[in-house]
Each structure stands twice: as structure tokens, then as C-alpha cells.
Design a protein around this ligand. Structure first.
Ligand code: CA2
Length: 142
């Protein structure tokens, strides 16, 4: 199985600020964690991070026929992007939403998730382990 793992805007700054919310580990550590989980599970993966909504839409569109599922942390675009929602719906691959923090316990504007409407599951507030849960979920349902 091959999974596409997408991380949205500013996640590349992990570990730089707000360690109380997002933890102390940096983005390289997150990517290494995801690769380790996939390797241990015998899953091929491609990791993609962008600060640009259109680039994320392009990447989702390119996944059709190339991947068996998508794990996505759309970051701030979670709460604004109908374009990412539509792209996920268009490719209709099994998708799982991940958030490092528990967005349901934060500001009101973080409670809405457009991308989540096209996802089978959401894991939030688990830090890096949310990505592991998402990968394991997609493996189990395959
Ligand atoms: O909890 C999550 O994973 C989020 O998707 C992270 C986003 C936020 O906008 C979402 O509401 C929840 C923020 C991504 C990274 O933000 C940083 C900000 C400062 C320093 C480092 C990262």
C-alpha cells in the first residue's frame, strides 16, 4: 500500500514556537516519525508539505491512481479551504485528518473543519501519534 501524507502551512516551523501547543520536536522529527511508522508497517509513503493552498490541491489531484489513501493535516486551511475539501471529494481516496493539537478545545474558529467533511476519521490532540493512528487506520481498512 502507498500513502500520501500532506502537511499544510506553517507546520514546517514546528518546534520553533508555541511548544506548549505543538510540542518541542521539529518538523524533521515529525517526518522521520512518519517514515518510521510506515516502514515498520511495510507501507510506502510520500510526504508533502506546502504553505500554499493551490499546491496542496494540485498534490491531492495528482494522488488519483497513485496512492491508496491520504493522511492530511491541512493546518490553518482546515478551517477555511473549500478547495481542499473539493479536491479530497474529487479524488475520493480514503482520507484521514490529523491535528497535533485538540482543535475542539481551542478558539471557536478552529472548531470547523472543511477538509474533515471528506475524511473518514479525524485524530486530534495526540501529537505525532495522531499520524500513526491515521496510518494504522488506513492500513486496517485496506
Ligand atoms: O493542531 C494542528 O495540527 C493544527 O492543524 C496546526 C495549525 C493550526 O492552524 C490548526 O488550527 C491546528 C498550525 C500549524 C503550525 O503552526 C505553528 C505556529 C507557530 C510555530 C510552529 C507551528
Amino acid at each position: 500500500m502507498k500513502l500520501l501524507i500532506i502537511n499544510g502551512p506553517n507546520l514546517n516551523l514546528l518546534g520553533v514556537r508555541e511548544p506548549d501547543i505543538y510540542g518541542k520536536k521539529d518538523f524533521a522529527a515529525l517526518e522521520a516519525f512518519i517514515r518510521e511508522v510506515c516502514a515498520a508497517e511495510g507501507i510506502d509513503c510520500e510526504l508533502f508539505q506546502s504553505n500554499h493552498e493551490g499546491a496542496i490541491v494540485d498534490k491531492i489531484q495528482s494522488a488519483l491512481g497513485r496512492f491508496d489513501g491520504i493522511v492530511i493535516n491541512p493546518a490553518a486551511y482546515t478551517h477555511t479551504s473549500v478547495a481542499i475539501l473539493d479536491a479530497l471529494k474529487a479524488v475520493a481516496l480514503p482520507a484521514v485528518e490529523v491535528h497535533l493539537s485538540d482543535v475542539s478545545a481551542r478558539e471557536e474558529f478552529r472548531h470547523i473543519s472543511y477538509a474533515g467533511l471528506a475524511c473518514e476519521k479525524t485524530f486530534m490532540g495526540l501529537g505525532f501519534d495522531g499520524y500513526k493512528e491515521a496510518i494504522l487506520y488506513l492500513k486496517r481498512r485496506d
